[in-house]
Design a binder for this molecule. Structure first.
Ligand code: NZQ
Ligand code: ZN
Length: 385
């Protein structure tokens, strides 16, 4: 029996030239802070389009939000907003900029030390500055969800937080802005979106045919257009479909009312903060071993995944599951994303530190049944070498 409360207030404005619509989306009297990353939004003309659309409003800029956004950098934006009394935020970039903006929006008036937002996984946020986003990298779904992942370099932590107060008011998705993405980031986006769907689908059956078929449709679409997005980097239709699939993969719909795993992501975050791997690279490494070692608990959905996504219907249960995992790994590798720790120069000697960080961050009962302890996480990492 499905019981759930689905809510998502984010307005999506989609299509070529849609950045101009910001003039109707941002309050006319807003004192705006535009937040962005390392320069791609400047170089590809997105910031110029944003400036033109904001017209005569009071606008300041905060750049330098790094991939895997850091608390240290973001607290500088918080200080700027408080000093200049800015009241509306606009994130222009990928998931790191949007996640960083969510943290800044919640931190400005947070009554405690803002790192507590991460320590409490966002549970005590009661308000946040209004913000919107202009997405330039299809991957995380952050443009249409209430989650964010923030790193703190000084303590080597990378933690998620969630709150209904940090949904973007709106997000502008113009596929043309993605034309300047390097292949690595396109491949990362396909893998990240694919694993988001897996985390909400490859668990155990709860008689949710709507969520299942929706998830399977997204997976099939990503398998189909992921390679095309690399092969034809200026194809608007391909990029538009990829952008929409990535948004749908983590806007709460396919996850409504069904069990969710997220163990691959929690282990992945430690790999990023300790070894600097891109977020999606960590997922491509961990997922195959995760599915292999947890095949008994996931058997029903693994067989459904094998049949409906990869058309694997012949052979024993284990043979079909092996084949589906192999196809998943091959899909990531074909995108140019390596699927073994050794591919990133990480050896068995790194595993104890990763496991101790999982423990330090309370990641000791992971998975859809909260039954995945540190020992299994260690074995998954060993099987990922
Ligand atoms: O910094 P700039 O110069 O903008 O360059 C960025 C960055 O170097 C570049 N880029 C972005 N748009 C571009 C572009 N380069 C050329 N043309 C464009 N149009 O791409 C690089 C990566 O950007 P980033 O925002 O870091 O990538 P992504 O969107 O994959 O975000 C990754 C972050 O999102 C978090 C991850 O943990 C990671 O910190 N996630 C957020 C989630 C959420 N909020 O729901 C869920 C995800 O599972 C994930 O954890
Ligand atoms: Zn992700």
């Amino acid at each position: 029996m499905l019981n759930f409360d689905y809510y998502n207030p984010t307005q999506i404005v989609f299509g070529q030239g849609s950045i101009a619509r910001l003039d109707s989306l941002v309050p006319a009297d807003a004192r705006v802070l535009v937040l962005y990353g390392g320069g791609s939004a400047e170089r590809n003309g997105t910031l110029a389009q944003v400036d033109a659309a904001l017209g005569q409003r009071t606008v300041q800029r905060f750049g330098g939000i790094e991939p895997n956004p850091s608390y240290e950098t973001l607290m500088e934006a918080v200080a700027l907003i408080r000093r200049e009394k800015l009241d509306f935020l606009l994130a222009v970039g990928g998931g790191s900029v949007i996640d960083g903006t969510k943290f800044v929006a919640a931190a400005v008036d947070y009554p405690r030390d803002p790192w507590h937002i991460l320590e409490s996984f966002g549970s005590e946020i009661t308000r946040a500055l209004p913000f919107g986003s202009v997405l330039t990298l299809p991957a995380t779904g952050s443009e249409m969800n209430n989650g964010s992942v923030i790193s703190r370099k000084s303590i080597q932590a990378k933690l998620p937080f969630f709150s209904p107060h940090v949904f973007p008011r709106f997000s502008v998705l113009d596929p043309v802005t993605t034309f300047t993405l390097p292949p690595r980031q396109i491949a990362n986006g396909v893998v990240d979106a694919f694993v988001h769907v897996i985390e909400q689908y490859l668990t155990y059956p709860v008689n949710a045919p709507v969520q299942d078929r929706y998830a399977e449709g997204l997976l099939q679409t990503l398998v189909e257009i992921g390679p095309l997005a690399l092969a034809t980097p200026q194809d608007y239709e391909v990029r538009a479909n990829l952008m929409w699939a990535a948004t749908q993969a983590l806007n709460g719909l396919i996850g409504a009312g069904v069990p969710q795993d997220w163990a691959t992501h929690m282990i992945g975050h430690e790999l990023t903060v300790l070894h600097g791997l891109d977020h999606a690279q960590t997922l491509a490494v961990v997922l195959p071993a995760m599915l292999d070692l947890r095949r008994e608990a996931k058997k029903a959905k693994l067989l459904q995944y094998a049949a409906r996504v990869w058309n694997i219907t012949e052979g024993s249960d284990d043979a079909r599951i092996d084949a589906a995992i192999a196809r998943t790994r091959a899909f990531f590798e074909a995108l140019g994303v390596k699927t073994r720790l050794s591919g990133y120069g990480i050896g068995a000697d790194s595993i104890p530190r990763i496991v101790s960080q999982l423990e330090a961050h309370g990641m000791t009962a992971l998975g859809e049944r909260q039954d995945m302890g540190l020992d299994l996480s260690r074995r998954v990492l060993e099987a990922s070498l």
